[in-house]
Design a binder for this molecule. Structure first.
Ligand code: FAD
Length: 390
């Protein structure tokens, strides 16, 4: 065994609290930020231990709080964390999306200012891309930032801003040239959500709760130094960030948590014979599903290794598309196997584990929309991977 694997394995064994080795209920997801909530103290202990190692951002340079691991070591670490059944120490749009593009496009000042607080879970970021008239056609966005000499003046509206009501900062695409062709007049801006003129309104969903918000900018003054990359050069950064987002929807798998084995749900539903699922047709169906999941996992790993080496690319559209299908298919299977037990949303009449499966199934529906819909990703694959004409 490599020295690093042994080191990682020993460290995890010594530091991973037992209560962090099981499936993560939604309310215990560690998002960090200025107003963090850690209902389970072990979640915070695990996060602090990982931060101290630089392992919340293993491949980022140690100067910014990462561990400076190479792609192979990062993969070994991930394997060992998985082997131990460890929950992710930190969920963070900063880690998954903003950080990697800041490392590539940010100034030294921007990196020093923003990256360490992401690694240490002190700042929670949200994503200001979508607008009421700009979803799949993102470059049609209208939120504008005017140059006022010593600051930008931002006016406009974003929508579907996940967790904006709980976030501290937003990374936003803004129009800085109203006359240029749409892709050429966009810039990438970092905005403190506490700035006067920013207001956030949660969007209530049919379930009664909502992770989504509308975010309004009304004469918001943003310091000049908060622009990342060149003026009107934001589209390149926007696309790169989307590639990281797509890769992470696959890797982190919102709705795709597999801590409960589908085989166990099947055995519960139809019984078992000689340790196998009693129904042969169901067994074959689950085997086919597992093979598909495995193929998606291996391809996601490939994109992860490429991303850790700074080479995130259009393959992310392939894994995003395929993993959305896998998560949704898994959810369908799980809820089907749960039968009536899978029809609950809340309440004491339902087992907490069953409710969790139902919620994962519902959450997975968004996978084929967020970060670029399946149709849009198929377009990307047809043009940029397969080289087909428009
Ligand atoms: C769970 C979740 C979280 C999200 N979080 C965020 C967030 O934090 N920040 C943020 O900015 N946004 C967020 N979004 C918004 C998301 O990025 C948009 O919903 C998405 O980009 C689609 O845009 P739209 O909803 O305007 O749909 P539209 O663009 O109106 O698309 C409607 C339908 O038409 C299809 N379509 C559109 N154009 C084409 C085309 N050229 N070819 C083929 N089919 C096409 C689409 O695939 C889709 O099926 C989130 C969405 C979800 C579901």
């Amino acid at each position: 065994m490599s020295d690093f694997r042994q080191l990682a394995r020993d460290w995890i064994a010594a530091n991973l609290p037992a209560s962090i080795r099981i499936a993560m209920p939604e309310e215990e997801i560690p998002w960090g930020g200025r107003k963090p909530t850690y209902p389970n103290p072990d979640t915070k202990a695990w996060l602090d231990a990982m931060i101290a190692q630089g392992w919340t951002a293993p491949t980022w340079p140690s100067a910014y709080g990462g561990a400076g691991l190479d792609a192979a070591q990062a993969m070994i670490l991930q394997e060992e964390l998985q082997r131990a059944g460890a929950r992710p120490a930190l969920f963070s749009f900063g880690l998954w999306m903003l950080g990697p593009v800041l490392l590539e496009y940010g100034t030294d000042e921007q990196k020093a200012r923003f990256l360490p607080s992401i690694v240490r879970a002190e700042t929670r970021w949200c994503q200001g891309y979508s607008e009421p008239g700009a979803g799949s056609d993102l470059a049609s966005l209208r939120t504008r930032a005017e140059d006022k000499g010593d600051h930008w003046l931002v006016n406009g509206q974003k929508i579907w801003t996940s967790y904006a009501d709980k976030a501290d900062w937003i990374f936003a695409l803004v129009r800085t040239d109203m006359d240029a062709p749409k892709h050429l007049g966009i810039s990438f801006l970092l905005i403190d959500l506490q700035t006067p003129g920013v207001s956030v309104r949660p969007i209530e969903l049919i379930s009664g709760s909502s992770p989504f918000c509308e975010t309004f900018f009304d004469d918001v003054k943003v310091p000049k130094e908060n622009m990342v990359g060149p003026l009107n050069g934001g589209w390149t950064i926007a696309k790169k960030l989307l590639q990281y987002e797509r890769q992470n929807v696959s890797a982190v798998g919102f709705g795709g948590d597999r801590s409960v084995r589908i085989e166990d749900l099947a055995k519960r539903a139809v019984g078992e014979v000689d340790g196998r699922i009693a129904d042969g047709a169901l067994r074959a169906r689950i085997a086919r599903h597992n093979l598909y999941e495995r193929a998606v996992d291996v391809t996601t790993r490939r994109t992860q290794i490429a991303a850790d080496s700074g080479d995130v690319g259009v393959l992310t559209s392939v894994v995003k598309y395929a993993s959305a299908k896998a998560h949704q298919a898994r959810g369908e299977l799980a809820v089907e196997l749960l039968g009536l037990d899978g029809l609950g949303w809340s309440g004491d009449n339902f087992d907490a584990g069953d409710l969790n499966e139902t919620r994962k199934w519902l959450r997975s529906k968004g996978n084929s929309i967020e970060g670029g819909t399946s149709e849009i990703n198929l377009n990307v694959i047809s043009k940029r991977v397969l080289g087909l004409p428009d």
